[in-house]
Design a protein around this ligand. Sequence first.
Ligand SMILES: *[C@@H]1O[C@H](CO)[C@@H](O)[C@H](O)[C@H]1NC(C)=O
Ligand SMILES: *[C@@H]1O[C@H](CO)[C@@H](O)[C@H](O)[C@H]1NC(C)=O
Ligand SMILES: *[C@@H]1O[C@H](CO)[C@@H](O)[C@H](O)[C@H]1NC(C)=O
Ligand SMILES: *[C@@H]1O[C@H](CO)[C@@H](O)[C@H](O)[C@H]1NC(C)=O
Ligand SMILES: *[C@@H]1O[C@H](CO)[C@@H](O)[C@H](O)[C@H]1NC(C)=O
Ligand SMILES: *[C@@H]1O[C@H](CO)[C@@H](O)[C@H](O)[C@H]1NC(C)=O
Length: 188
Amino acid sequence: MRLSFFFVPMLLLQYSIASLAMTTLSNLTTDQSTLLTFKARVVDYRSVLTNNWSISYPICTWIGISCGSRHQRVTALNLSDIGLGGTIPPHLGNLTVLVSLDVSLNNFHGRLPNELGRLRRLRFISFTLNKLSGSIPTWIGILSKLQMLSLRNNSFTGPIPNSLFNLSMLEMLKAKDNILDGNIPSRI
Ligand SMILES: *[C@@H]1O[C@H](CO)[C@@H](O)[C@H](O)[C@H]1NC(C)=O
Ligand SMILES: *[C@@H]1O[C@H](CO)[C@@H](O)[C@H](O)[C@H]1NC(C)=O
Ligand SMILES: *[C@@H]1O[C@H](CO)[C@@H](O)[C@H](O)[C@H]1NC(C)=O
Ligand SMILES: *[C@@H]1O[C@H](CO)[C@@H](O)[C@H](O)[C@H]1NC(C)=O
Ligand SMILES: *[C@@H]1O[C@H](CO)[C@@H](O)[C@H](O)[C@H]1NC(C)=O
Ligand SMILES: *[C@@H]1O[C@H](CO)[C@@H](O)[C@H](O)[C@H]1NC(C)=O
C-alpha cells in the first residue's frame, strides 16, 4: 500500500514532463514542416502554393495562414477555393493550436483522417463543397469548442454520430447535400 503513495506522485511527475515535452516540441518551425508536408502531399492544381509556401518567406505571410501573437503558432488555415485536391493529410493533426480550418470549395476526396481529432481548440471547420466520403467521424464530438461545422456538399454517408449532439457550443451544423440517413434526437 505504501508503494502507491510513492508511485502516484512519480506518475504525475512523468506525466507533467511528458506534456511539457509535447508543448515545447511544437513551435512555428514544426508548424512550418507540417505545412510543407501538407503541400507535398496534396494536389495543387493551380500552383497556388508552389512559390508562396516557401521557406524563403516567413510562414505567417504564406497564403491562407494566420498566426497567433501569443503562442507564435499557426492558429488559422484558410485554403478556401484555391484549387487543391487529393486526400487530407493526417499531418494537419500536428497544428495543435488551430482554431479555424477552412478547406471549402476544393476537390479533396477520401475520408477525414482521425488525427484531426487532436485539434481540440477548433471553433470553426468548413469542408463545404469537396468530395469527402465515408462516415462522419465520431471524434468530431470531442472538439468541445466547436461553434460552426460545415460538411455541406460532400459524399459523407450514414448517420450523424450521436457524439455531435454533445457539442454544447455548436451554433451551426451544415450537412446538406450528402448521403446521410438516420434521425436527429428529439432532445436537440
Ligand atoms: C522548435 O522545435 C524544434 C524541435 O523541437 C527545435 O529543434 C527548435 O530549436 C525549436 N525552435 C524554436 C525557434 O524554438
Ligand atoms: C503569398 O500570398 C499572400 C496572400 O495572397 C501574399 O500576401 C504574399 O505576398 C505572397 N507571398 C509571396 C512571396 O508571393
Ligand atoms: C476564407 O476565405 C474566404 C475567401 O478568401 C472567405 O470567404 C471565408 O470567409 C474565409 N473563411 C474564414 C473561416 O474566415
Ligand atoms: C505529424 O503527424 C504525422 C502523422 O500524423 C506523424 O507521423 C508525425 O510524426 C508528426 N510530426 C511531428 C513533428 O509531430
Ligand atoms: C454540390 O456539388 C455538385 C458538384 O460540384 C454540384 O453539381 C451541385 O450543384 C452542388 N450543390 C450545391 C447545393 O451547391
Ligand atoms: C457525451 O458526453 C458525456 C459526458 O462527457 C459522455 O459520457 C458520453 O459518452 C458522450 N456521448 C457521446 C455519444 O459521445
